[in-house]
Design a protein. Structure first.
Length: 319
């Protein structure tokens, strides 16, 4: 008896058919029948009996298969634990990422850094700007990519550097047209539209407030949410408009579940790279420098070296 026998018996019991079980297992029906016959011969009792055009599980079969499925689940869980243990042998860099920006930033560094340092394990955690800062200060992440805040508001103990500016767009449900040419829209023309936004004092909430303040208005808040994915889901239901980086809604626009309008005049939001000022080992400095280089360079050419040119010390100024 081996795990293959247990899996075959479990799938046959679920499908109530050798034919459907074979299709699900992607093997020949004869192979399933042969393996079940061998298993029943070894057990000394029948697992299945024919019933009309299908099969039924015997009373003894139900007891056996319940135990078999428990064993299979334990083996799968053990396999997952082994994989996690393997990953612990690698050095890990944890990166905090502002909500809604994975599409643009992960592609800029993940593959390039992994090719330079195959021994490196990268974890990515997404959150609001404030949470990303809290995680970085608290040591739950090593690096962060989030909206750039004024120098005087960079939390104490962090170093920052701008890396990329993204165009902002007004996002709506497809059936909610806005005034204008259908491509761009002036904020003053839609200032009365209910808007779905952040309430946080840093990040998108602050950006939206400042955009409205520039035209002497206050946003009419329809709903509040703490991440871009939730905001997009709310907007898609027609509950209001939203302002976010155009790239954050690009996939939904392609699928037709959202519509995006460029802001007129164009507005952008700048993202920055953040890390703690505390010194790290030379090896980790190379890892951190490679991520930073990949984010800055459109070509993505990272330069591993004994010590990155972007290495910092505790006296480095915030840029």
């Amino acid at each position: 008896m081996d795990l293959r026998h247990l899996r075959y018996a479990s799938v046959v019991a679920k499908e109530r058919s050798f034919t459907r079980a074979a299709q699900r297992l992607d093997v020949a029906q004869s192979a399933v029948s042969d393996q079940i016959a061998k298993l029943e011969g070894e057990l000394g009792f029948a697992l299945f009996v024919r019933a009309g055009r299908g099969i039924e599980v015997t009373d003894l079969g139900r007891t056996f298969i319940a135990d078999a499925e428990r064993i299979l689940a334990e083996v799968q869980s053990l396999t997952g634990r082994v994989e996690r243990l393997k990953s612990l042998r690698k050095e890990t860099v944890r990166i905090g990422l502002g909500s809604g920006t994975a599409a643009v930033f992960v592609s800029r560094f993940l593959r390039r850094v992994s090719s330079l340092f195959p021994e490196l394990h990268i974890d990515i955690l997404t959150a609001s700007t404030k949470t990303v800062f809290d995680d970085l200060i608290g040591g739950r992440v090593d690096l962060a990519i989030a909206i750039q805040v004024p120098e005087e508001r960079v939390p104490t103990g962090l170093w920052s550097s701008p890396i990329l500016a993204l165009d902002l767009a007004v996002v709506t449900a497809p059936e909610r047209p806005l005034p204008g040419d259908g491509i761009g829209v002036e904020l003053a023309a839609i200032a009365g539209e209910p808007i779905v936004m952040y309430e946080l004092p840093v990040g998108y909430g602050e950006i939206v407030q400042s955009l409205y303040a520039d035209i002497g208005r206050f946003p009419v808040t329809a709903m509040l949410a703490d991440n871009i994915e939730t905001i997009k889901a709310i907007v898609a239901q027609g509950a209001g408009i939203a302002i976010m980086p155009a790239v954050s809604a690009a996939q939904e626009v392609r699928l037709g579940t959202l519509r995006a309008y460029a802001l007129v005049p164009p507005r952008q939001v700048t993202y920055a790279f953040y890390r703690r000022r505390a010194p790290v080992s030379e090896r980790r400095e190379r890892y951190f420098g490679a991520v930073y280089d990949a984010l800055r360079n459109e070509s993505g050419e990272c330069r591993p070296s004994a010590r990155s040119e972007n290495a910092i010390d505790s006296s480095a100024p915030v840029r």
